[in-house]
Ligand binder design. Structure first.
Ligand code: A3P
Length: 323
């Protein structure tokens, strides 16, 4: 009997020791995963070669934002150019740690196959406001050309909210009206029973993304101003061709995009694209009706943004007619 008890105790001690080792190992691996080591270096400049001699290359130009600024329209329109090939899906390499950790070979593998002399372009609007994206993009290639398409930041915010709202509705998730997210209740008299005023909540995420100067400043810390081409999103909606011509010049592409590549589609209410006899409009998530916001709240938003917009104008060296 005594021997059985002693044997059981011994077994218990061994098991406990093993458990400690396992826990220590688990803690160590979690800590190193959180420390985010640098991504693996690219294996070489070599790329996957397809049978027709095309290869995947790192982008020579990136559309970095702004979210809801018209980034898809700009990408599809640039794709009309025979010397341009685009990554169809957003890659999210410089803004998402889990993708960045996969390294440059992974990034390159997301790119389209191109012939020598063709320009690879990707668009990920999430790059613009991502704190680490400018430094990482610069590390990849300090000569990469950047395109930033901007639109009235107040309209952009409403469009941003509308997109989130649609996603939540699709997934049957609850949502808050925009005004609740955008405006904070202030109790003027402190007592709680008198006058209330409502002010803009500067912490609202979609508003933060509309403070263009904050994010643009970060990009300027890593890239010279002339390496970032700013596209006027409202002008692109009104008449795409002149904006595309300017983009061709910036990208040093021969002029191949023509006014006849665009036609106004009255049903869609936007320009659509024509290429090789096929026409194509952007999907219904682009150009959909915006979620409601009272005129009063919209005016407050415009007032709030005025000073921020001015700072952005100073940085880019031009002005826009925003609210
Ligand atoms: P709205 O849906 O608010 O109108 P992004 O591609 O960056 O998400 O931007 C979406 C916006 O692209 C749309 O915002 C729309 O205004 C704009 N856009 C610009 N040109 C367009 C076009 N030819 N067709 C559809 N939307 C276009």
């Amino acid at each position: 009997m005594l021997w059985t008890v002693l044997f059981a105790l011994l077994l218990l001690l061994i098991l406990q020791a093993q458990l400690c080792v396992c826990l220590r190992e688990l803690r160590a691996s979690t800590a190193s995963a959180l420390a985010l080591p640098p991504p693996p270096p690219p294996s070489s400049q070599a790329t996957t070669t397809a049978t027709n001699g095309t290869v995947q290359r790192l982008p020579g130009a990136i559309i970095i934002g702004v979210r809801k600024g018209g980034t898809r329209a700009l990408l599809e329109m640039l794709n009309l150019h025979p010397d341009v090939e685009v990554a169809k899906a957003e890659v999210h390499y410089f803004n998402l740690d889990e993708n960045y950790q996969r390294g440059l070979d992974w990034y390159r593998a997301q790119m389209p196959f191109t012939l020598p002399g063709q320009l690879t372009v990707e668009k990920t609007p999430g790059y613009f406001a991502a704190p680490l994206a400018p430094e990482r993009a610069c590390q990849m290639n300090p000569a990469v050309r950047l395109l930033l398409i901007v639109r009235d930041p107040a309209e952009r915010l409403v469009s941003d909210y509308t997109q989130v709202l649609h996603n939540r509705l699709q997934r049957h998730k609850p949502y808050q009206p925009l005004e609740e997210l955008l405006l904070l209740d202030d109790d003027i008299n402190g007592g709680g029973n008198d006058r209330h005023t409502r002010r803009i909540d500067p912490g609202y995420k979609a508003l933060q993304r509309s403070l263009y100067h904050v994010h643009f400043q970060r990009w300027l810390e890593h890239f010279p101003r002339e390496q970032i081409h700013v596209v006027d999103g409202e002008a692109l909606v009104r008449d795409p061709y002149p904006e595309l011509r300017k983009a061709e010049l910036f990208l040093e592409l021969p002029p191949r995009i023509r006014p006849s590549n665009f036609y106004f589609n009255a049903t869609k209410g936007f320009y659509c694209l024509v290429s090789a006899g096929h026409d194509k409009c952007l999907d219904e998530s682009k150009g959909r009706p915006h979620a409601p916001l009272s005129q009063r709240a919209f005016r407050k938003l415009c007032r709030f943004l005025r000073e921020h917009n001015k700072r952005f104008f100073d940085l880019v060296g031009r002005t826009f007619r925003w609210c």
